[in-house]
Design a protein. Structure first.
Length: 339
């Protein structure tokens, strides 16, 4: 919660070159030299390196909503079946809160596909938002015979926002571990990501309200019918949960866990040693036979992010710095809209 960021809008056309490299892939070469798999598998792609500036008095070291264009994809002619983000140091060790480093957020765009909720509007000009992670690093699994299809040689764009609480600059890499299957896999069905956001098509940020309980909401009318296969939320420290609704009825309650793993507790020599941060957001996962819910044309999909920054709430002891820092409320759902 100590971080500050400038808006995405001012950066939309500031693309910062090509980032990333593949770890060992196996299988056969595909379009543009990217692996075209002949069997299911997984691969970890490393993006970077990025040097995060040192922290200073009453401020964090930040790389703020920067862009990398045409980043590495794990495969071509494939389905991506799972994704999980991470952050590592130059020597390959995991980087997290206990070491004063945050994968504050990252977002992946596929330029070959149109974003469902922001087509050609705001951040939607970069393409379809298909994967995102905060520092809680929630794994995404399509569930059942599903994957995110990759045909040909599309451009991917990465937005990344990194934070450093150390007195010296730190070099890090963002990683994403992808599961994949060949595009020719029998029985596989394509999924479509749908992004819901309390500041839709813009920076995803809303003003924090120190000392209060507050909430932010967003809703949209569905133009398509299909099955919701899975969905989960992302909020900032101080948040308690994010609900997803259909026609006003809660269908998923994505709840925050604080300090559930040692690496999410600030270590010695950092700003607030012993302080726990969000380590997990629960997800709602369905299957083809038993989806989270079914959506019809005209249904209203909504999200609400809940925050508690009262003295007894999870945000009550947050160091807000010189000014309240923004909060977020995001949910990415994966849908089967038919073929």
């Amino acid at each position: 919660m100590r971080q500050s960021r400038r808006g995405l809008a001012a950066l939309l056309f500031v693309m910062l070159g090509i980032a990333g490299g593949l770890s060992s892939c196996g299988n056969t070469a595909g379009v543009g030299g990217v692996m075209s798999p002949t069997a299911p598998g997984s691969v970890t792609v490393r993006y970077g390196p990025y040097t995060v500036p040192a922290a200073g008095p009453n401020r964090m070291g930040m790389i703020k909503n920067s862009f990398a264009a045409n980043v590495k994809r794990p495969c071509s002619n494939c389905y991506i079946t799972s994704m999980q983000a991470g952050l590592i140091t130059a020597d390959g060790r995991s980087a997290n809160v206990d070491r004063g480093l945050w994968l504050h957020h990252m977002v992946m765009f596929d330029s070959s596909k149109q974003d469902v909720t922001c087509p050609s509007l705001g951040v939607g000009i970069l393409g379809q938002r298909f994967f995102s992670s905060g520092n809680e690093r929630t794994p995404t699994n399509a569930g059942g015979p599903y994957g995110y299809p990759q045909n040909g040689n599309p451009n991917w764009t990465l937005i990344y926002d990194l934070m450093n609480m150390n007195a010296t600059a730190q070099q890090v890499y963002i990683t994403v571990t992808y599961g994949y299957a060949p595009l020719t896999t029998p029985g596989m069905r394509p999924i479509t990501p749908v992004w819901l956001d309390v500041n839709q098509c813009s920076t995803s940020e809303r003003a924090a309200q120190p000392g209060k309980k507050f909430q932010y909401s967003y809703s949209v009318t569905s133009q398509r019918a299909g099955k919701m296969l899975g969905i989960g939320g992302h909020i900032h420290d101080g948040g308690t949960n994010l609900t997803v609704t259909k026609n006003g009825q809660v269908i998923c309650d994505s709840r925050a866990t604080y300090g559930g793993k040692p690496e999410y507790i600030e270590g010695p020599g950092l700003g607030m040693p012993g302080m726990a941060h969000i380590s997990e957001m629960s997800r709602c996962q369905g299957t083809f036979e038993n989806p989270v819910t079914t959506i019809n044309v005209g249904d209203t999909m909504g999200i609400t992010a809940y925050y508690d920054m009262t003295p007894t709430g999870p945000g009550g002891d947050m160091d807000m710095g010189e000014a309240p820092h923004p909060v977020m409320g995001i949910a990415i759902g994966y849908f089967d809209f038919g073929t």
